[in-house]
Design a protein around this ligand. Sequence first.
Ligand SMILES: Cc1cc2nc3c(=O)[nH]c(=O)nc-3n(C[C@H](O)[C@H](O)[C@H](O)COP(=O)(O)OP(=O)(O)OC[C@H]3O[C@@H](n4cnc5c(N)ncnc54)[C@H](O)[C@@H]3O)c2cc1C
Length: 348
Amino acid sequence: MRPELVERREELADHTTLRVGGPARRMITAETEADLIDVVRDLDAAGEPLLILGGGSNVLIGDAGFDGTVIKIATRGVAEDTAACSGAVITVAAGEVWDPLVSYSIERGWSGLEAMSGVPGLIGASPIQNVGAYGAEVSELISMVRTLDRSTGQVKTLFPVECDFGYRTSRFKSDPGRFLVLSVTFQLRLGSMSQPIRYPELARALGAEVGERVPATEVRQAVLALRTAKGMVLAEDDHDTWSVGSFFTNPIIAPERALDLPAGAPGFPQPNGTIKTSAAWLIEQAGFGKGYGNGSARLSNKHTLALTNRGGATAADLLRLAREIRAGVEAKFGVELVPEPVLVGCEL
Ligand SMILES: Cc1cc2nc3c(=O)[nH]c(=O)nc-3n(C[C@H](O)[C@H](O)[C@H](O)COP(=O)(O)OP(=O)(O)OC[C@H]3O[C@@H](n4cnc5c(N)ncnc54)[C@H](O)[C@@H]3O)c2cc1C
């Protein structure tokens, strides 16, 4: 292993937005792609358990920590090709931070990412759960994902058709650990106007109609304001943001099951005939309002879908709360909530 790589024992709570997670045996920070590939190949060959960590904003790590090596992704670089007649094609290193890229793309007059302003985390994790917000999903803009396929040790480029993207899922999430994402190539449209607004709440905030385009800068500002009001933009001093964002995905249910839900339950028909309902609505209607809980793990005061650490919570505290909410929703509506974050060394 290269001696200059930073290597140390670390408390993982210091590397997650929930501020929970026990120690890792060691952590290595890889700042170049060559180092990243070398280190992962070497450790895989040695049979060492590995955890790839980006911004730690979509993981719940158990209190016992991780008995292996954590690789912290810190690679940098953006390569742009705007001469292409197909728009702006930008290839971004896995370690670049998501939101500054969104801001930069808008400044450069490239549209497509604006509705996903304010999402925490790094670029390399964006394809893992197919990041999405306000009706947009990153998979619509990805043209390639360059990976290290750890099953062969070879670098492999995957095209969207090979990524099995779905609502908050992908091949990377369903086959965890196999692919290390090295960089993501996005194909953005040229122009300062946004993509058509899809989400009624966002349209209302903009004074626009669903389907309209408005300046992308305005979409960014409106999204950041809406997200901030919901505790969905990270802020060190705001415990409502000490979370993983939404803790549960919105359930996708068969149409006949949807009929069993009370009148007023949100239901969004999906292309395959299923119905997506709202986890936040189910949680609230099952009696778990904003701020629910009485210890240091509680629902956010701003959004019922976020489980938060009010300071000093453990993974066990958060799991206890998550189980209580899941059981309450199941007992009342017969719908099983599925966690959105990746659980490491713990289970629900
Ligand atoms: C306040 C808040 C709001 C949020 N809002 C949203 C939202 O609106 N929409 C949304 O989709 N998500 C949202 N999230 C969740 C989260 O921000 C995203 O899922 C983000 O993409 C995670 O990035 P990360 O770098 O923090 O990933 P991490 O949490 O570090 O990792 C998540 C998973 O991806 C794996 N991984 C990370 N990097 C790589 C890589 N390079 N190669 C292979 N595997 C990798 C990890 O091993 C882990 O399994 C929110 C989270 C918070 C805290």
